[in-house]
Write a protein that binds this ligand. Structure first.
Ligand code: GUN
Length: 280
């Protein structure tokens, strides 16, 4: 039976480390502040935004909350970002995605000062990651690296297959695993023989957005399986992209849903926030 990788416990450890750092900074008279912007009131986004504000309170940093109406124009949002870019008391700026259709998401991401880009979505942050220079890294993939390292999983030299090529998870995940000296394959919806490709993996990272799609037939005996998916099943219970019951007898370690990757995203956001003050 697989080792269960406890994201809840590891994320609490990281948040507690952040809390200690924030406290030390406070003693030097330096206060960390994250500005969180939500446009519209998508219920899922509201839950995420609330959790981010709660995490700020937990680690003892300030948060500013901007809840803008759905009809907010791109110009209005841009103006707010420019104002926050210029504020010395604001260290991190986070615009919750997705944005309403009339707003150009890429233009908004590009408007955030890369020194305050705690989500790691700015093209400069992504470029820096690509060529191995310092910069903010997207929180979910950065959290997965922490999960693996803190669970004692060796990455160096291992074959890693990532399913999914999004800008937020798949692509930065591939770059991070490369940085850790894994041999990386990125699979996606057009990949032929997906099952055979996955069966090559020592570490299989699944971010495909299909509930319980990956069963034991996709997993090599002894592989480490990381599930980035989050869905509600027929009984309104949370599940991932991986069929946990089927895969856990085959894997050597596996993340559960909930309590695996999910809590790590916010923990890494907090880490980025505390580190952002060093850049300013
Ligand atoms: N929407 C879904 N995930 C994220 C995230 O990590 N950051 C932001 N800003 N929006 C998201």
């Amino acid at each position: 039976m697989a080792q269960i990788i406890d994201g809840k416990m590891i994320s609490t450890m990281i948040k507690d480390e952040c809390r200690n750092k924030a406290e030390a900074l406070k003693e030097q008279g330096r206060e960390v502040c994250l500005a969180v912007i939500q446009v519209g009131c998508d219920p899922a986004s509201s839950v995420y935004v609330n959790n981010k504000k709660k995490a700020c309170a937990y680690i003892g940093i300030n948060s500013l909350s901007y809840e803008l109406k759905e009809e907010t124009t791109q110009e209005e949002l841009m103006k707010l970002i420019n104002e926050l870019n210029g504020r010395k008391d604001v260290n991190g700026i986070l615009v919750q995605l997705p944005l309403p259709g009339h707003i150009d998401e890429n233009a908004i991401i590009k408007a955030i000062d890369p020194k305050k880009d705690v989500d790691g979505f700015h093209p400069q942050s992504v470029g820096a990651l690509c060529i191995g220079q310092p910069g903010f890294v997207s929180c979910t993939p950065a959290g997965i690296i922490e999960l693996l390292k803190r669970s004692g999983v060796t990455i160096c030299g291992k074959r890693c297959v990532i399913i999914g090529r999004s800008n937020i998870v798949g692509k930065p995940m591939a770059l991070l695993m490369l940085r850790e000296n894994a041999t990386v394959t990125v699979a996606h919806s057009r990949t032929e023989n997906l099952r055979e490709v996955c069966r090559q993996a020592d570490i299989l990272i699944v971010a495909m957005g299909k509930p319980r799609y990956i069963d034991a037939s996709y997993v090599k005996e002894g592989a480490v399986v990381i599930d980035v998916g989050i869905h509600r099943n027929e009984d309104n219970k949370l599940c991932g992209d991986v069929d946990f019951e089927s895969v856990s007898p085959v894997a050597s370690a596996i993340t559960p849903v909930p309590g695996g990757v999910g809590p790590m995203t916010i923990a890494m956001l907090m880490k980025n926030c505390v580190e952002s003050i060093e850049l300013q």
